[in-house]
Design a protein around this ligand. Structure first.
Ligand SMILES: Nc1ncnc2c1ncn2[C@@H]1O[C@H](COP(=O)(O)OP(=O)(O)OP(=O)(O)O)[C@@H](O)[C@H]1O
Ligand SMILES: [Mg+2]
Length: 304
């Protein structure tokens, strides 16, 4: 069986931004190892996110996408992982991630949403009280003002009857509604960067697009950047300006989404693109797998 790991790594042509004025997040040489693991989950990762930009991190399961996002967000706690970096700069400030603490870092200007709202929201607290705690953690405001702000945010994410929703617990909402609440909770602190880890993979296709559209709309309105972690390369193409491709803990390509066909240099990225069904796949009995494609790139073409 072809081992994709032995394939040469080539640098992506969608290079990191060189204009510091536009840069929001700059990550250099981030390495994360769990426990006394022999192999790092993330290996010397370097990338940047510009202000107002949408960047997707894509790669197969276990490639290190979540680990990279959690390390940047400061959510890997002491004892769980060892982190080394050359530098992480966010909004002009150095983030110290090398010495994780027992409790996660709170990074002003950075919010995160996760795949499963049910495990991220507090199951026993009402939606209103979860908003109040976030809003009053960010800015000293009265309970009443926090309640008003919360209702505004719920309305902004398309929730009707916000007064009633404020009194509900997460289990009383549908999956799509819970994701909307998560997006509103993440955005109500007015972040400059929203990191979304597989935000829609637990939802059906149409609700998933609605939630993506909502995140794009909210971040656009706030002038915030979006870093989306996903398995879905089509979702990347549709929503992201640039795509970071991870394979076995390494960033193997960084490409502009609209020029991905030209800019993708690594065989894994090319294989990933070839394995997405298109109208040209109609003549194929079966779509090629990544391994098949790497062995024989012509396996992605329909027979004449
Ligand atoms: N808390 C942990 N302790 C030990 N190893 C971990 C931990 N979390 C992740 N790993 C390992 O680190 C590697 C990267 O995992 P990670 O969850 O970052 O991948 P991923 O790309 O997000 O995968 P998925 O697409 O399945 O979410 C995997 O080998 C995983 O088993
Ligand atoms: Mg993950």
């Amino acid at each position: 069986m072809t081992d994709l790991a032995v394939l040469s790594k080539q640098s992506g042509s969608g290079a990191a931004s060189s204009d510091p004025e536009q840069g929001l997040l700059q990550v250099s040489g981030l390495t994360v190892t769990y426990g006394d693991g022999e192999s790092a989950a993330v290996k010397a990762a370097s990338f940047d996110v510009r202000r107002g930009e949408r960047v997707a991190v894509v790669g197969e399961s276990g490639s290190g996408k979540t680990t990279m996002a959690l390390a940047v967000a400061g959510l890997l706690t002491a004892g769980s992982a060892q982190i080394t970096t050359e530098e992480i700069v966010f909004a002009g400030k150095q983030l110290k991630r090398e010495r994780p603490r027992k409790v996660p870092f709170r990074t002003p200007g950075l919010s995160m949403v996760f795949q499963d709202a049910m495990t991220s929201l507090d199951p026993v607290a009402s939606i209103g009280s979860q908003f109040r705690s976030v809003l009053r953690g960010v800015r000293k405001i009265s309970r009443r003002e926090a309640g008003e702000r919360a209702a505004e945010w719920l309305a902004r994410v398309g929730m009707a009857d916000t007064g009633r929703v404020m009194n509900l617990r997460p289990y009383e909402l549908s999956g799509g509604m819970r994701q909307r609440v998560m997006v509103a909770l993440a955005m109500c602190g007015r972040p400059q960067l929203l990191i979304a880890d597989e935000p829609t993979s637990a939802l059906d296709a149409s609700v998933s697009r609605d939630v993506m559209d909502l995140m794009v709309e909210m971040t656009d309105q706030e002038g915030a950047s979006l870093l989306i972690v996903t398995h879905d390369i089509e979702l990347c193409r549709q929503y992201a300006d640039r795509m970071i491709v991870m394979y076995r803990g390494e960033i193997v390509d960084i490409c502009h989404t609209e020029r991905i066909e030209q800019e993708a240099t690594h065989p894994y990225t090319r294989a990933l693109l070839a394995c997405v069904p298109t109208l040209n796949s109609v003549g194929l009995d079966r779509l090629p797998t990544l391994e098949q494609f790497v062995r024989d790139p012509s396996s992605g073409s329909a027979a004449a």
